[in-house]
Design a protein around this ligand. Structure first.
Ligand SMILES: Cc1cc2nc3c(=O)[nH]c(=O)nc-3n(C[C@H](O)[C@H](O)[C@H](O)COP(=O)(O)OP(=O)(O)OC[C@H]3O[C@@H](n4cnc5c(N)ncnc54)[C@H](O)[C@@H]3O)c2cc1C
Length: 394
């Protein structure tokens, strides 16, 4: 049996490791566009801030792949998947046949049309190295600008804030995660940013930057702001453009059933790129977090080796934004909720928004109210039916 895995991130590498445990004789090939052994994207901000040395971000040694008898192909991009003839094709030429294929190609950052030295993106270890270099070269009176209002924008906020760099954040919406979180949570975060000396520009619909050899300034809604370093965090998109003529169904991600099987026989999916049918939430579900990607890697390996195992996890994503804690748990889609309710207030310094379907809490967003986490996670996991879901937090 030859298992081929596209993507050497946490989902793909965990699947390779589990496949080896489950099938000692199988041929396993792991293909990674990146050149590095598995590293933790979660630890990249800690490395950038100088809290851990660079070598601590690695989760596997280069020798691990050989020890596990995993053929590890690095620096190669898969450009096409031929599901009829069961082979993949590489961008540089060449084909590789598979018996079972796992797509664990993750997400890619959305890029701006413009580029100039001084502009930073944050997804890979190479991006992190680049940011460390840019920050080392900054003058004393440097001014940082962040464009975007999601998770990566928050990482930049913490990085620049801890480095004592004067910072402006500009985002397109009325607040951070404008379509994702409540106005109250948005206001709390804004207050926290301003208390920390960060300049906030909302509704930044027009954004561009100037500088030829290096970045000099940014233009936001017609106004010029000085800028020596620019962090872009305008979102990510699932990495699946190479599957266009494969016959594999895609929507927001690669569609799969609860067993992480796609519509094409012997083709599976795991991690950020997977839009799997979540039996708990009764809908196709896509999420980008470490726990989800790692656990899917484990579960998909079971399914690929013939032990039918549905994927079932209430995952969460927690982060601190210059002193205020935010936690996303479970299904926080407004569109799919019957009702949402905000508990707490800006005046109290914390709000929790719950997402309810059929009298059951399916998701929650906590802003400055960490204490709700354990109880809400339990209620979501146990699918507890409640006559008045919000009352539980009052
Ligand atoms: C800076 C940062 C901080 C984060 N912090 C947190 C956190 O605190 N908590 C949390 O839960 N999550 C966090 N995340 C998100 C988390 O890291 C991701 O959800 C997780 O890494 C996804 O893993 P994956 O294996 O699905 O995809 P990826 O890690 O994206 O791996 C996919 C790999 O496949 C490769 N690939 C793609 N297409 C091809 C192709 N055609 N050919 C060959 N190779 C290909 C890519 O180059 C990539 O190396 C963070 C992410 C970043 C960037």
């Amino acid at each position: 049996m030859h298992y081929v895995i596209i993507g050497g991130g946490i989902a793909g590498t965990t699947a390779a490791e589990e496949l080896r445990k489950l099938d000692a004789d199988a041929e396993i090939t792991l293909i990674s566009e990146e050149f590095h052994a598995l590293y933790s994207r979660v630890l990249l901000p800690h490395y950038i801030k100088g809290k851990i040395p660079r070598e601590r971000v690695f989760l596997k040694k280069e020798t691990w792949y050989q020890e596990q008898k995993i053929e590890w192909i690095t620096g190669e991009i898969v450009s096409r998947v031929d599901t009829k003839n069961k082979h993949i094709e590489f961008f540089d030429g060449g084909e590789l046949p598979y018996d079972k294929l796992l797509i664990a190609s993750g997400s890619e950052v959305k890029l701006l049309d413009q580029d100039v030295p001084g502009v930073s993106y944050l997804r890979t270890l190479d991006d992190a190295d680049h940011l460390v270099e840019l920050m080392r070269a900054l003058p004393k009176d440097a001014h940082a600008v962040i464009y975007g209002g999601g998770f990566i924008a928050c990482e930049y906020l913490n990085i620049f804030h801890e480095a004592n760099i004067k910072t402006t954040i500009a985002y397109r919406g009325a607040h951070m995660w404008s379509r994702g979180i409540s106005d109250e949570a948005g206001e709390l975060i804004k207050q926290q940013l301003e208390k920390s000396g960060i300049t906030v520009i909302e509704n930044a619909k027009e954004f561009s930057f100037a500088g030829e050899k290096t970045l000099e300034s940014v233009l936001i809604n017609g106004q010029t702001h000085p800028c020596s370093i620019l962090g872009i965090g305008v979102g990510v998109a699932p990495h699946f453009s190479f599957l266009q003529d494969s016959g594999i169904e895609m929507q927001n991600g690669i569609l799969a059933n609860a067993f992480l099987e796609t519509n094409v026989k012997d083709v599976y999916v795991a991690g950020d790129v997977a839009e799997f049918f979540d039996e708990r939430f009764h809908r196709p579900f896509i999420t980008g977090n470490w726990m989800n990607a790692q656990m899917q890697g484990r579960v998909v390996a079971k399914n690929m080796t013939g032990t039918q195992t549905p994927f079932d996890l209430v995952s969460s994503y927690a982060m601190n934004i210059v002193g205020i804690e935010m936690i996303f748990i479970g299904d926080t889609s407004r569109e799919h909720a019957d009702a949402t309710q905000v508990i707490g207030s800006v005046a109290e310094g914390g709000v929790t928004e719950i997402f309810v379907r059929k009298n059951t809490i399916v998701g929650a967003i906590l802003t400055g109210r960490n204490n709700d986490r354990a109880m809400l996670t339990k209620l979501i996991k146990e699918k507890t039916e409640l006559t008045d879901p919000a009352a539980i937090l009052l």
